[in-house]
Design a protein around this ligand. Structure first.
Ligand code: FES
Ligand code: FES
Length: 342
């Protein structure tokens, strides 16, 4: 709160002594220093920077370059960004950006594309420091900061090698993107985009495509709190974003009686597809939901959030975006419900 008891503007539009001016991809934006960089970037339309787990700092989807060095934006306070130059994947030199996008598409190193902008920023930052991306150890070390649930690491390594030698991907035949999209449609039962733009995070995630002025709904007990924006919704729902786990780790199966030499018991694992669920809907319209491609292992086939978005849009007479954060996905998502209901 300010001295006058008025909450600070979460997205100020004019510079004051209590704001920070950021240079992002060559554009100046004015930000509240108390916010995290990821929130400010996405609020200002830099949606190639993805929110997979904020504020956990674990998935790497929000990685950007700060003065050329890779940083995860969800744990980077804006107040530390004064005078720094921030580069997202969209701010990379076009020839480098296109080379990465082509190489990742050709190798199959990007499927849904949610993780890929962050991975490109990380590897480009490593290359800018003079590291050799044909060196597998260099690439593997860089990728330790990232998760990808769709592809395999080998395909990303291949793309890094291709970029390092300035080629598209010498190991692979050019991909027929239209045929690949048709095949994906047959396999997945939903239209899917295949092409370099997907690797740049432009696959059409609902959290990115919702109208800027959409109301936002977040879980609130057994219901939903609808606010003017994400901050207002979280405040209204009493939701505190933090680094914590609320799910008890326990082995899911008891070991049957028997003469076992060894037993291996793992705890239940949430599939953790990286695109946190988001659905938006205009009153009377059809909901726009999570991309059905990507490593969701069937979890995105659940359409309960679509029904919620449709209902709330009608009730409020406005476009409503319904969102889960990572904690919500783990605690309330399809995989969790299937686990407890079986
Ligand atoms: S590391 Fe920032 S959103 Fe996951
Ligand atoms: S391409 Fe990596 S999470 Fe989908």
């Amino acid at each position: 709160m300010t001295d006058a008891g008025v909450p600070p503007d979460p997205n100020p539009t004019a510079a004051t002594t209590s704001t920070v001016v950021l240079a992002v991809d060559g554009v100046e934006i004015i930000a509240d220093p108390n916010r995290m960089l990821l929130d400010v970037l996405r609020l200002n339309g830099f949606v190639s920077v993805k929110d997979g787990c904020s504020p956990q700092g674990q998935c790497g989807c929000c990685t950007v370059l700060v003065d050329g060095a890779p940083r995860v934006a969800c744990v980077t306070p804006v107040r530390r960004m004064k005078g720094k130059t921030i580069t997202t994947v969209d701010g990379l030199a076009p020839d480098r950006r296109n080379l990465w996008a082509e190489a990742l598409t050709a190798s199959g190193g990007s499927q849904c594309g949610f993780c890929t902008p962050g991975i490109i920023c990380r590897l480009e930052g490593v290359a800018m420091k003079g590291a050799d991306l044909t060196d597998r150890d260099v690439v593997d070390k860089a990728l330790l900061a990232h998760l990808c649930r769709c592809t395999g690491w080998q395909t990303i390594r291949e793309a890094a090698t291709a970029v390092a030698i300035g080629a598209r991907n010498p190991e692979r035949q050019p991909l027929d993107n239209e045929a690949a999209a048709r095949r994906a449609f047959i396999e997945g039962g939903a239209p899917q985009l295949v092409g370099p733009e997907v690797a740049l995070g432009r696959g059409g995630f609902a959290a990115d495509t919702a109208p800027h002025d959409a109301l936002v709904a977040v879980p609130d007990g057994d219901g939903w709190f609808v606010g003017a924006d994400l901050d207002a919704a979280r405040v209204g729902a009493g939701k505190v974003q933090g680094r914590r786990s609320t799910v008890r780790a326990e082995p899911p199966l008891s070991v049957p009686a028997g003469d076992w030499v060894h037993t291996l018991r793992t705890c239940w694992i949430e599939p953790a597809y990286l695109e946190t669920d988001a659905v938006w809907c205009e009153p009377g319209g059809e909901p726009v939901g999570p991309l059905l491609n990507g490593g969701a292992f069937g979890a995105k086939s659940d359409d309960s959030l679509r029904d919620v978005a449709k209902r709330l849009a009608c009730e409020h007479g406005r476009c409503v975006k319904v969102v889960y954060d990572r904690e919500d996905v783990v605690a309330r998502g399809t995989a969790t419900r299937r686990r407890w209901n079986r």
